[in-house]
Every structure is written in structure tokens, then in C-alpha cells.
Design a protein around this ligand. Structure first.
Ligand code: UDX
Ligand code: UDX
Length: 426
């Protein structure tokens, strides 16, 4: 099959590389010319384990191409995948302008039959809108089908998630494009969920909302554990062993971030409110996440010893390990909050150093804790989990550690003379 993927962000580029690996001739387009030049020169613009290698492999195999204009590619392709970004808008909804721009452009380029697949996360009603807009723009209904095929990949494990999905969701109006989609995903061993547009769109939103709910649930329980003297790590393990609950997404911490959970939950709430539905559970999920940093910042501040000004070092800036993505990162929120409160803030992350007022970034992990009164782990990178705690203790002035991801061995740390505090564990 000849496939054209529009958008070379996290989702678009990973999707294009994976479709090429599945054997399809894949052209990936992005309007950002600079980005396309860099990728063609072998430099993937963000860090995703295995992606550079996969892109290089598929380019060498002659299956993956890049371009910055849709004009030459649309004619040849039988499948068009829309994977442009849908960032948050200021009113809590999603900014769909990139999707709108692509649909307008496509309207003038379709002259033979295409299956148009929406991978970008979009609110319910968008695929219906795409179909209607193409028709309104004069594209013959026999020349296209729209398929909603949301993506469930996680940053950091994107390739593995794409090659081994739990399920493949296909939202369509007519059954005919289903065969095309089965051929597109021919080598993927996963069950199909075939529905209408609105159900496919809602499955994506509901999945992200449910996962965010699990995290806020365990984070709320962690606050109660703190005051009851229970250890959330044990509580979480015991809870997750009930197969009706399951062990995943029950890690308490400083809250969820990233390009999906915060914005998708926000848009789901916005969608409900705009139709007079009070999404009180979803609003509570959001509230727990927004206040989690404050709760644990208070815990940290209350435990600080010595005279101000205190020096606090934060390890981690990305929204989770194995990525350089800082979109809606809780670590970045914490860094901002600490510096706004007047602390002398130092920071280290193995991958990324976002420009933040009054934060001093270090290139060496152990240098960053020199003379620090307290250390906070905000992202659970392996390097932090396996840190040399004797060295950390020797470098620090104070002895306080807030493990904001409950990722290090409490006993090892305490044996080195460091005072350990976790999220929902003392
Ligand atoms: C993706 C999905 O698209 C989004 O819906 C989901 O919720 C999160 O993941 P992501 O791939 O992370 O977004 O976005 P981003 O990294 O910003 O990449 C989007 C790309 O689309 C950019 O490279 C941008 O240049 C490109 N783009 C945007 C176009 O090629 N054409 C446009 O008209 C607009
Ligand atoms: C998420 C969804 O998992 C994926 O299916 C969807 O396609 C995109 O959004 P992603 O944002 O890449 O993927 O990362 P994910 O691993 O889901 O983590 C999201 C956030 O939740 C991170 O900040 C992470 O630290 C946090 N998290 C996750 C917790 O705090 N506790 C957990 O138990 C799991």
C-alpha cells in the first residue's frame, strides 16, 4: 500500500516509521521544512527510544520518505493518515486548526479514491465534520472514506506500543474501508473494535480519562496514607492484585503530565459542560492532579532544616522518563513553583533543560546536589533510581530527600544517612 502520513510529531513520525516497517511505502509530510530537512539528514527532532534507528532502517529499505508539501504525495497514496497536533486551546477545548487546515488543503487534492484515517486525538464529532467539510468543498462522496483510528501509544515505548497494541479501534460509516484498514495493519496481532465515528473518538477520550482517574485515585489515597502512617507502595500492590482492579497506573507520585492526559481530560470536561453535563468525577480527577504538587511541596517545606535561603535541587524535568518531552510536565510545574516561592532552585535532567526563570541547570547529576538542603526526585529516570546515595549525602548540606515518584529504595537511602520522604510513604 502507498500511505501518506501528515504530521511528523511524536504520533505522526512513529506511525509513519511503523507503517513502513509493516511493509507499506510511506511518505511522511510536515509543513515544518526545517524539521523535514533535519529528519532527512538523519536527525529525529525528539528523543524516542529506537525511533532514529527505525527511521534510518526504513529509509534505507526504500519504504520511508519525507516531504514538506502535500501536493506531490496525495495523488499517489491510497491511504492518508492525519496526525497533526491538536494542542490545548485557551478555553479548555482543543485547538483543531491544524486538522482544519489539512482538510481544507486535502479538498483540492483528491482526484482518486482515498481512505482518510484520523490518528490525531479529536473530540467527538470531528470525523463527522471532516467528512461533511470534504463534501461541502465539492469532493465526490465516492472518492473517499473517513476512518477514525485513534492512537494509544505512550511516549518512551511508542514503537513497542504501535507494534503490539492491546486493540485496534476503527470508527467508520460504511463497512468497505474495514478491509483496507485490515490490510494496513496486516501484521499486527490485536483484536479489532469496529464502531461508528463518535464511539471511536470517545474510546480514546474515555481511555485517557480512566487512566488519569486511576492516577488521581491513588494520589488521593497517598495523601490519606501519609496521615495514617500507611505505605502507599504496599497499599497499591495489594490493591492491584485484585484482577478487577489491575496493577497498572496505580503508581502514586507528583501527578500526571504529558501531551495527552491533561489536555484530553480538559477537553472531555469542556465537551460535557458545553452540553450541560456536569462531569464532577472528571473535575475531581483534574483537581487532585493540580493540587498534588502543592500538597507535597508543603510536606517538603515543613521538613526543611537550617536557615533560609534554602537550596533545593530537583532531579527530572521531562513529564516521564525515556522522553525529552516537557509538555505539561509536573516536574516543570514544581520547578516554577519552587522558584516563585523564593527558593534557590537547582536542577538536573539527563535529556532536557527547559529555560525557566531562576532555575540553575547542571550538566552533572552529582554536581547539582552540591550544598543542597533538600533533593526532590520529580521524574523516575534510571540514573536517579540507581544513584550513589553515599556520594549524594556527602555532597549535600542537608539530608532531606523527597522521592516524588516513589522510585528509590527507601532503606538504601536511609542507610546512607538521608532522611527519606515519599508520596504516601514516610
Ligand atoms: C499527537 C496527536 O496529533 C495529538 O492529537 C495527540 O493528542 C497527541 O499526539 P504530537 O504528534 O505529539 O500530537 O504533536 P506534535 O509533536 O506537535 O506534532 C504535530 C506535527 O504536525 C508538527 O510537526 C507540525 O509541524 C505538523 N503540522 C501541523 C503539519 O504538518 N501541518 C499542519 O497544518 C499543522
Ligand atoms: C498516554 C496514554 O498512556 C497513551 O495511551 C496515549 O496514547 C497518550 O497518553 P503518555 O502521555 O505518553 O501516554 O504517557 P503515560 O505512560 O500514560 O504517562 C502519563 C503520565 O502519567 C506521566 O506523567 C506519568 O508519570 C504519569 N503516571 C503514569 C503516574 O503518575 N502514575 C502511573 O501509575 C502511571
Amino acid at each position: 500500500m502507498i500511505v501518506c502520513v501528515i504530521g511528523a510529531g511524536y504520533v505522526g513520525l512513529c506511525t509513519a516509521a511503523v507503517l513502513a516497517k509493516l511493509g507499506h511505502e510511506t511518505q511522511c509530510i510536515d509543513k515544518d521544512t526545517e524539521k523535514m530537512i533535519r529528519i532527512t539528514q538523519g536527525s529525529v527532532p525528539f528523543f524516542e527510544p529506537g525511533l532514529s534507528e527505525l527511521v534510518a532502517e526504513q529509509r534505507e529499505a526504500g519504504r520511508l520518505y519525507f516531504s514538506h508539501t502535500m501536493d506531490d504525495c496525495i495523488g499517489r497514496a491510497s491511504i492518508i493518515v492525519i496526525a497533526v497536533g491538536t494542542p490545548p486551546a485557551s478555553d479548555g477545548s482543543l485547538d483543531l486548526s491544524a486538522v482544519h487546515a489539512v482538510v481544507e488543503k486535502l479538498s483540492g487534492l483528491i482526484s482518486s479514491y482515498k481512505t482518510i484515517v484520523t490518528k490525531s486525538t479529536v473530540p467527538p464529532g470531528t470525523n463527522e465534520w471532516i467528512e461533511q467539510t470534504l463534501l461541502d468543498n465539492g469532493v465526490d462522496h465516492q472518492l473517499f472514506d473517513i476512518v477514525s483510528s485513534p492512537e494509544f501509544l505512550r511516549e518512551g515505548t511508542a514503537i513497542q506500543d504501535s507494534l503490539q497494541p492491546d486493540r485496534i479501534v476503527i470508527g467508520l460509516k460504511r463497512r468497505e474501508p474495514l478491509e483496507v484498514m485490515q490490510e494496513l495493519y496486516q501484521n499486527l496481532n490485536a483484536p479489532y473494535v469496529v464502531t461508528g465515528f463518535a464511539e471511536a473518538e470517545m474510546i480514546k477520550y474515555a481511555s485517557n480519562a480512566f487512566l488519569a482517574t486511576k492516577i488521581s485515585f491513588i494520589n488521593e489515597i497517598s495523601r490519606i496514607c501519609d496521615v495514617c502512617g500507611a505505605d502507599i507502595v504496599d497499599v497499591s500492590m495489594g490493591l492491584g492484585m485484585d484482577h478487577r482492579i489491575g496493577p497498572h497506573f496505580l503508581r502514586a507520585g507528583l501527578g500526571y503530565g504529558g501531551s495527552c492526559f491533561p489536555k484530553d481530560l480538559n477537553d472531555l470536561i469542556h465537551t460535557a459542560l458545553s452540553r450541560q453535563i456536569e462531569p464532577s468525577l472528571l473535575q475531581a480527577v483534574q483537581k487532585v492532579n493540580e493540587t498534588q504538587i502543592d500538597v507535597y511541596m508543603q510536606k517538603l517545606i515543613a521538613a526543611l532544616e537550617g536557615d533560609p535561603p534554602h537550596k533545593i535541587t530537583v532531579w527530572g524535568a521531562s513529564f516521564k522518563p525515556q522522553t525529552d518531552d516537557v509538555r505539561s510536565s509536573q516536574s516543570v510545574r514544581l520547578l516554577r513553583r519552587l522558584s516563585e516561592t523564593g527558593y534557590n532552585v537547582h536542577a538536573y535532567d539527563p535529556m532536557v533543560r527547559p529555560a525557566l526563570p531562576s532555575v540553575t541547570w547542571h550538566h552533572q547529576m552529582y554536581d547539582s546536589v552540591q550544598d543542597a538542603d533538600a533533593l526532590v526526585i520529580a521524574t523516575e529516570w534510571d540514573a536517579f533510581v540507581q544513584a550513589d546515595w553515599k556520594l549524594v549525602k556527602n555532597r549535600m548540606k542537608g539530608k532531606l530527600l523527597l522521592d516524588g515518584r516513589n522510585c528509590v529504595n527507601k532503606h538504601t537511602v536511609e542507610a546512607c544517612g538521608i532522611r527519606y520522604m515519599g508520596v504516601g510513604r514516610t
